[in-house]
Design a protein around this ligand. Structure first.
Ligand code: BGC
Ligand code: ZN
Length: 373
């Protein structure tokens, strides 16, 4: 069976590998779900893995199959699988439990373990292959009405976790009615965060470097949110005009922006940090001023990574609501389709060079539709 893989630690080593066929009984106790892969999305993480910045091969392998944003259709289920049947559309989660107490209560996304296993990223093969099998615990059903956009569920789960964590934290305030939010970055995550916050009724200002009009700025405005280029309106200025921001969602991964966000955040506000950069840049910030206002404003900053199945489930609800309120909007994010696993070089090229790409995805197999598998 074909798979797209890298040799971890070796730069630009993306290649076609051969994997043994998985079987539903590879998972013990009849809990296996065998899935035909239909689509796999790629993002900066895949690029960084191919750049040998991180990623490790599973035991007994010298390669790692990449791809952690999956979408597929169930082929076969084990005898103890409930709620999922052959023919169902599904998305698999990414991280698998380790040993910490958080892993043991079903929240491996909050692990305190030093190393963690993530499919397509670290120590476990990913989904850029023809079929995979996994425990039913990690397989989330997607209604057929969302099949065209189901490949966006993994990135949406990241946004859901960030926002749910923010609301959870803000229970400290006894009364929290967030009115205004800023989203920093208008890539896939920034756009999806804009969507999720609009669905919760907030007035959203999304800031990115590029001046409008772009597809990204149009997508922001199609949600009734405001798009600003930071070249024209710096973040702190935007906070004076369109704030105070009760929520700031950071999705650029630039540390300068993260510290600016601490300044732009309103009193009692929450800053959600989701972006990362693998660099080690040192920056200068107005530390005293930021600290003073953070303390005097009772502000919170929270870092958030990965998502467990409950956030995938919330993502399904939000996708359904998005299709009702902004029909066709999610589909417009799927800008670049790569046909088949063989075209992995084209996939990497689009990911690294295509500046206008929002979501690049591989169509691994065509969906037979109509309940046919
Ligand atoms: C994935 C997360 C993962 C993180 C760190 C992201 O690209 O979407 O699921 O936890 O990378 O490896
Ligand atoms: Zn990702």
């Amino acid at each position: 069976m074909k798979a797209v893989a890298v040799f971890p630690g070796k730069q630009d080593s993306i290649h076609l590998a051969d994997l043994p066929e998985p079987g539903v009984d590879d998972v013990p106790d009849g809990r296996g779900v065998l899935v035909d892969v239909l689509r796999v999305g790629v993002d900066g993480t895949d690029k960084e893995i191919n750049d040998a910045e991180y990623g490790a091969a599973p035991e007994d392998y010298d390669f790692l199959v990449t791809g952690h944003e999956s979408f597929g259709r169930v082929l076969e289920v084990g005898s103890n699988v409930r709620n999922i049947e052959p023919g169902d559309y599904v998305v698999a989660t990414v991280r698998r439990p380790g040993d910490s107490i958080y892993d043991r209560i079903g929240t491996s996304d909050m692990t305190t373990d030093e190393t963690y296993r993530e499919r397509g990223i670290n120590l476990l093969h990913g989904y850029l292959t023809e079929r995979y099998v996994d425990d039913t615990e990690f397989i989330v059903g997607v209604p057929a009405a969302l099949s065209e956009v189901g490949v966006l569920l993994e990135p949406i789960s990241i946004v859901e976790k960030g926002i749910e964590q923010a609301y959870e934290i803000q229970r400290r305030l006894k009364l929290w009615r967030p009115a205004r939010a800023a989203v920093l970055g208008a890539g896939t995550l920034g756009l999806l965060a804009t969507l999720a916050l609009r669905l919760r009724g907030l007035d959203v200002t999304t800031l990115a470097r590029t001046g409008p009009p772009t597809l990204n700025s149009e997508l922001v405005e199609a949600l009734g949110a405001r798009y600003l280029s930071t070249r024209e309106v710096p973040l702190v200025e935007a906070a004076e005009t369109y704030g105070p921001f009760d929520v700031v969602f950071e999705a650029t991964g630039a540390s300068v922006v993260a510290f600016e966000a601490m300044e732009a955040l309103g009193k009692n506000g929450v800053l959600v940090l989701t972006g990362i950069s693998s660099g080690d840049r040192e920056i200068e910030v107005p530390g005293d001023r930021i600290m003073l206002n953070f303390v005097l404003g009772n502000k919170v900053a929270v870092g958030t990574v990965n998502a467990n199945r409950s956030y995938f489930e919330s993502g399904v609800w939000d996708m359904a609501l998005a299709e009702a309120r902004y029909p066709g909007w999610l589909g417009r994010l799927l800008t670049h389709r790569v046909q088949g696993l063989d075209n992995y070089e084209e996939m990497m090229r689009l990911l690294t060079e295509e500046k206008d790409a929002i979501k690049v995805f591989v169509e691994v197999a065509k969906d037979a539709g109509n309940g046919e598998v």
